[in-house]
Ligand binder design. Structure first.
Ligand code: ATP
Ligand code: MG
Length: 233
């Protein structure tokens, strides 16, 4: 089976080589757990190492703001400029508000499909599920997400959907998206003592994959994400 590597050092081997191509994977985490940076890093590394084409749809943060953040983290965005499109569909969102909420998902799909025909991207990030749901005005979220995830599969891309987890909850999905998705990667902050907080990463589920269920310490050093064993004192 073909796998998409995350290029998070130490993590792919714990997922038996990576993410099965074509999966819809949720990247779930509390505010500031580096969901956006990690998702971009997957696109960035696959573009650099495999010349794979990716699209990052930002609904939450402006394109400019996101690029500024990524540059400040040390990503050389220009090096993959011809491979990665960062599109700010919040701009469309403002123009479309007049049309009513229900047309939004339709336009999102046409846009994504068009871009697929032009760029032939194989990796897609949607940031975030909550804003997508808000814009699309889901009335029966589980039903609509079921169809949307199916639509993503037909698009023949591997999709990473960023999902915001409210602080102090262990829930992975309000609408059953945790059951609908093929995979879940959970990011969290862990209090290790009175003073120190560490980032953690864990693969909660990944269909068709024998993976570790454990939490690993997530580090970001010299522009590279790393998952290392949690050291207990
Ligand atoms: N240059 C940097 N190097 C390392 N870490 C950084 C740097 N700049 C910001 N950060 C960390 O990255 C975090 C933001 O990352 P990111 O935007 O990817 O998180 P997020 O989970 O998507 O956030 P949000 O919930 O706001 O969408 C900041 O809260 C900060 O802790
Ligand atoms: Mg974010």
């Amino acid at each position: 089976m073909e796998k998409v590597k995350t290029y998070i050092e130490g993590f792919d081997k714990r997922m038996n080589g990576g993410i099965p191509r074509g999966n819809v994977v949720l990247i779930i985490g509390e505010p500031g757990t580096m969901k956006s940076s990690l998702a971009y890093s997957i696109l960035h590394n696959n573009a650099l190492k495999n010349k794979e084409v990716g699209t990052y749809v930002t609904l939450e943060q402006s394109r400019k703001g996101l690029l500024r953040h990524l540059k400040s983290m040390g990503f050389n965005i220009d090096a993959v400029g011809d491979k990665i499109s960062v599109v700010d569909l919040s701009l469309i969102r403002r123009k479309l508000e007049k049309l009513g909420e229900h047309t939004w998902l339709h336009i999102f799909k046409s846009y994504a499909k068009n871009l697929k025909e032009n760029m032939d991207y194989t990796l897609l990030v949607i940031d975030s599920l909550q804003v997508l749901g808000l814009l699309a005005g889901f009335e029966r979220p589980r039903n609509e997400l079921f169809h949307f995830f199916g639509w993503l599969k037909d698009l023949e891309v591997t999709t990473f959907i960023i999902s915001e987890q409210p602080s102090n909850t262990m829930e992975f999905g309000k609408y059953g998206e945790d059951f609908l998705g093929d995979g879940i990667i959970h990011l969290k902050m862990e209090k290790v003592d009175d003073i120190n907080i560490q980032r953690r990463i864990r693969c909660v589920k990944m269909r068709e994959t024998k993976h570790s269920f454990n939490y690993y310490t997530l580090l970001f050093q010299n522009g590279v994400f790393k998952a290392t064993k949690v050291i207990h004192d």
